[in-house]
Design a protein around this ligand. Structure first.
Ligand code: ARG
Length: 469
């Protein structure tokens, strides 16, 4: 009863090993829903355009609806079936007989069918990932709003650089995630194009209606070249690139959480729910989930390399190599969704050690830039000269074990004169203010800066973005 493609051109069955080797059934489960939809839209169009008989079409459509209800599990998964397209056609054949079912593949090829299915499925996955990104951003904004005045130290080269707030740091994550979101939104436009109607590679001589299937399947438009339609998979490499970039963001966040939760940094605590202990060292609390996420994110980078490597040596049009992209695509989607979910939960579980943050914020002369800045502002000396003076001040302070708080006008001028410059006679209160980490942050009221007002503005802008999306 099963339709047997091989009984025409071929005389021998495939060996079992070869059949299993070449089969895509295992990962075709992801495109099952899409394939039913695609068949439905195609047959409906054939009926509308009177390409096949109305009654025949209705029987096929009914069978497809039944399959939609019964679900993937009712299909025959024998590897000799080759792929989901054959399995579905078999199902319909079994239900309505070959004389009816035999018409469903009119003016259609598995080549345009699979390209259509992949696009239909992927566009949904993209939206699911986008929604998850928005959730993460929302949580970050809420957490940031609690920490607008939690000053801590910012790093360049992983060395103490300048005071920031925890909020400013969290909003940096949010901005990065927003771009990851927008990148996917842009890619979506190129995913949501209809290849159906390209058939094997040259369309068909039947008067099919591509506008209709485009509308029925919710595509933005149909693809304008049938050879491109069946062979283009850059929508896959592009999506996986987007996911790789998103995973880079997530991995960097994990990296920071791992660092910040160490004894040495001591900035945050990751909730116990996302931590492990040691089997021998009873005192330990380890950030295992962050580490695993950091490592797993690399899988997607590997998938991207695999995908673009498969693609680069394929001549136009359809080649079976294309089938081998799909497990890597779906794995990238799955791994990304898993990482995104867990990293969201873990990041939003952190508690911040404000005392430690404050302690670190002013340590290691982190406010020295502002001491140089007041020399420029108040005494109109060139910044490069101020840079040299303050560098010298810090150098001597470290050598003589002098704390930031003890730097005053007298100390400054001693250094200034030792460098053969005129005395500056800076106001001591001004020096104090310049060297105070919280003041330091508050003075950075420039758009994009860490001052509490500016971070609140950034949070508000982000909330408007979330509302619009
Ligand atoms: N399983 C195939 C794939 O994923 C479907 C298309 C098969 N086409 C063909 N000419 N053998 O690409």
């Amino acid at each position: 009863i099963f339709l047997n493609l091989r009984s025409g051109r071929l005389n021998k069955k495939m060996t079992e090993d070869a059949a299993e080797f070449a089969s895509s059934l295992e990962f075709d489960k992801y495109i099952f829903d899409a394939d039913v939809k695609c068949n439905f839209a195609h047959v409906l169009m054939l009926k509308e355009e009177k390409i096949i008989d109305e009654k025949i079409a209705d029987k096929i459509l009914e069978a497809l609806l039944k399959l939609k209800d019964e679900g993937y599990a009712v299909l025959n998964f024998d590897h000799s079936v080759e792929d989901i397209h054959m399995a579905i056609e078999n199902y319909v054949t079994e239900l309505v007989g070959g004389r009816v079912a035999g018409f469903m593949h009119t003016a259609k090829s598995r080549n345009d069918q699979v390209a259509t299915d992949l696009r239909l499925t992927l566009r949904e996955k993209i939206i699911e990932i986008q929604i998850a990104i928005l959730e993460f951003i929302k949580g970050l904004v809420e957490l940031a709003e609690e920490h607008k005045e939690t000053v801590t130290i910012g790093y360049t080269h992983l060395q103490h650089a300048q005071p920031i707030t925890i909020a400013h740091n969290l909003m940096a994550y949010a901005q990065s995630l927003k771009r990851d979101y927008e990148r996917l939104a842009d890619t979506y436009k190129r995913v949501n194009q209809n290849p159906l109607g390209s058939a094997a590679m040259t369309t068909t001589s039947f008067p099919i209606n591509r506008e209709l299937t485009t509308k029925l399947l919710g595509f933005d438009s149909y693809m304008e070249n049938s050879m491109d339609g069946v062979s283009a998979r850059d929508f896959i490499s592009e999506t996986v690139f987007d996911l790789t970039t998103l995973n880079t963001t997530l991995s960097k966040i994990c990296e920071e959480l791992v660092l910040w939760s160490t004894y040495e940094f001591g900035i945050i605590n990751i909730s116990d729910e996302f931590s492990s202990t040691s089997s021998i060292m009873p005192q330990k609390k380890n950030p295992d989930v962050a580490e695993i996420a950091r490592a797993k994110s690399t899988v997607v980078t590997g998938e991207l390399v695999t995908i673009i490597s498969i693609l680069k040596a394929i001549p136009y049009t359809y080649n079976r190599d294309l089938q081998e992209l799909t497990p890597h695509l779906w794995n990238s989607v799955k791994v990304t969704k898993d990482i995104l979910k867990i990293v969201t939960e873990m990041t939003l579980s952190i508690t911040v050690n404000k005392d430690r943050c404050l302690e670190l914020s002013g340590a290691n002369f982190s406010t020295a830039t502002d001491l140089a800045d007041i020399m420029v502002r108040e005494k109109k000396i060139p910044f490069r000269q101020a840079h040299k003076i303050v560098g010298r001040i810090v150098n001597i302070a470290i050598e003589e074990n002098i704390a930031t708080e003890d730097i005053d006008s007298h100390f400054v001028d001693n250094v200034v004169t030792s460098l053969n410059y005129d005395k500056l006679e800076l106001d001591n209160d001004l020096i104090k203010k310049a060297l105070d980490p919280l003041e330091n942050v508050k003075m950075r009221k420039i758009p994009g800066g860490p001052s509490p007002e500016m971070v609140q503005l950034a949070c508000n802008n982000m909330k408007s973005f979330l509302k619009e999306e």
